[in-house]
Design a protein around this ligand. Structure first.
Ligand SMILES: Nc1ncnc2c1ncn2[C@@H]1O[C@H](COP(=O)(O)OP(=O)(O)O)[C@@H](O)[C@H]1O
Ligand SMILES: Cc1ncsc1CCOP(=O)(O)O
Ligand SMILES: [Mg+2]
Length: 262
């Protein structure tokens, strides 16, 4: 299956747009990754806001630049608030992004994620097992972690993208970003990105920010993936393990420039 490399000019342009337009990202995300997600967005120049009450979420998603819906610690009450936020974002023509954390075996989140798929997400970002399961296939997964490579899940990602009119980013050792017709390939990153919690969730928030930027959505989302991967590569050379990786990762996002990205 044909996939193309992403050009570094596109990455630099996306980074520039993140820093200059500072998209306001309404994050409805899980309990584990709230602060890390906010800090990743801030380090890239975007503005996070976590608004969770049903009524407030509907108000806020209409004025935010983009909405993130992450089902990592879904409850019935949160599902109601997320539905209200999605409806309101769509009415206001704001893009929204789905992160189907651990979709597959667990009923509430799997049913919810499949239900909201009908509500035209601008993008979906998940690991291989999550994308396979969301597309109706045999995504095993081990809790929030993938047991399937992104490459194996690429046909499912392309199917999902075509069926839903969304950009789908399936991540892993190599990230693949597809609109169902074209697929961009983002190699790099580091295994350490999987040894601290929340890098996938934070990437989904970055994808939401990228969906609010001018330019092509496919390139913008792929650039968001490359930005995270490159920061991971930089951070691992400056750290001794997971504990020191996290602050180095945030610093690397902040410091990314043309020299680091070309
Ligand atoms: N084996 C790997 N080597 C390098 N980077 C990886 C690897 N696995 C995941 N990543 C990176 O880690 C980040 C989180 O992706 P992933 O682990 O797929 O999501 P999740 O945390 O939702 O399971 C992405 O930037 C991805 O490119
Ligand atoms: C550990 C955990 N449990 C529920 S959500 C969550 C965070 C998952 O983060 P990520 O998908 O970025 O690895
Ligand atoms: Mg995840």
């Amino acid at each position: 299956m044909q996939s193309d490399p992403l050009c570094s000019d596109a990455v630099l342009q996306t980074l520039h747009h993140l820093r200059t337009t500072s998209p306001l990202v309404h994050c409805m995300t899980n309990d584990v990754v709230q602060t890390f997600t906010a800090n990743v967005l801030l380090a890239l120049g975007a503005s996070p806001a976590m608004v969770v009450d049903e009524q407030e979420a509907a108000q806020f998603s209409a004025i935010a630049s983009a909405l993130l819906v992450n089902v990592g610690t879904l409850t019935r009450e949160r599902a109601r608030a997320m539905r209200a936020a999605i409806d309101s974002a769509r009415e206001a023509q704001r893009p929204w992004v789905l992160d189907p954390v651990a979709v597959g075996g667990l009923t509430l989140r799997s049913d919810f994620a499949r239900e909201v798929l009908a509500l035209q997400p601008a993008a979906i970002r998940g690991n291989g097992s999550e994308i396979l399961a969301l597309a109706g296939g045999q995504g095993g997964g081990r809790g929030v972690d993938s047991t399937d490579s992104a490459r194996v899940a690429l046909p499912a990602a392309r199917h999902l993208a075509r069926e839903r009119g969304a950009v789908v980013a399936v991540t892993g050792e190599i990230d693949y970003i597809t609109d169902g017709e074209r697929t961009l390939e983002v190699p790099g990153g580091d295994i350490m990105l999987t040894r601290v919690v929340g890098t996938g969730c934070a990437l989904s928030a970055v994808v939401a920010a990228c969906c609010a930027l001018p330019g092509e959505r496919l390139e913008n989302v792929a650039a968001g993936c490359r930005i995270m991967a490159r920061a991971g590569e930089m951070a691992v050379t400056r750290s001794q393990g997971p504990g020191s990786f996290v602050p180095q990762f945030l610093d690397a996002l902040w410091q990314l420039d043309a020299e680091a990205l070309v």
